[in-house]
Design a protein around this ligand. Sequence first.
Ligand SMILES: [Zn+2]
Length: 372
Amino acid sequence: MGEVSAGVNARTPGRTTGFPDGAPVWQDAAPMSDLPPALARLPGRRLGRFGAALLGVALALGVVLAPGRAAATVPAGLVEIPSAFMGLLRLLPGLDLAFGLAAPCRAVGWPSFGRLENGVLAKSTPGLFVRSRDSWGTPEAVRALRRVAQEVETLYPGRGDLIVTDISRRRGGHLRPHRTHQNGQDVDLLLYRNKPGPSARSFDEIDVERLWALVTALRAPGTAELVLVDRGVQARLYAYARDVAGVPETELETLFEYPRQGKRARGEAKPFVRHARGHRTHLHVRFHSPEAIAASIGEDARRGYERIVHVAARGETLASVAAQYGTPVELLATENGLSLKARLRRGARLFVLRPLDPARVSRDTASENRGG
Ligand SMILES: [Zn+2]
């Protein structure tokens, strides 16, 4: 159950989320519940004797390593166990993979409609100041962010930190006031300032030299997908790149949207740095996160689904949408953090896990219903 034949993955255009292996789909509230993912991923019957022994070791280790904390929390409930357990797994590289119990980060869905599972919290490091508590990202995004800030700091030491205003919430999803920032890939960064003080508030205050170094670092292969910033900021970067850094015209064209106005022709590659309104005082960077995205898509495919987004039309219900795609209504509800009785607003966006093989889903559902 839950296995997908080879070749199915190739058909999966969307992105995804994770569900505990083998759990009946309608019980799968894990991604939306407050249960630590590790606990949700450890159904008792699959844990077995060996797993239980490991859990015991982890618990003991938790007590040894953190006596004060463990004394208070362990008797209080099981909730702390998974974190000790996952801690152990991380201490012993390879063990997690061997038992398939690791919790890989998943960038679920899309930046504009998605969520984050098992993301990491960005912390201030040399050259980087993390100002927001909503600074959870994919490990790839957080690593790259740290690296580019360090590179600029090395080139221009002591001129001030790169300031992170927002990445994503711990579990992703909507983060006010952003339209994106939902799956741990998007990072907002204030502009380096050319005099003392935290960040440039006008074009004249921009430290173009450092900002250009940052853009250069972000362009390194596998680092960032795109940068959004106002044309006015681009104009300064463009002039610096052309006149000081000596970047040839042809390369400038693939790099900046500036100075061209209007849309590029269909099929024409989009530049790396693009204009966006409301980005006069900060950069919006989308970091490459291929592993977190693949983990998400892979998990959907392994369970036999592909992820798409459905926009609710007038009069639609959870049941009618589920029927339309041949997906269990319980799965549709849990995927979207809704109760079965929830009403759909027109225009509401829903994650739909569409079965790759409808016959298999109905078989699985039937066997779950029989208690098998
Ligand atoms: Zn942003």
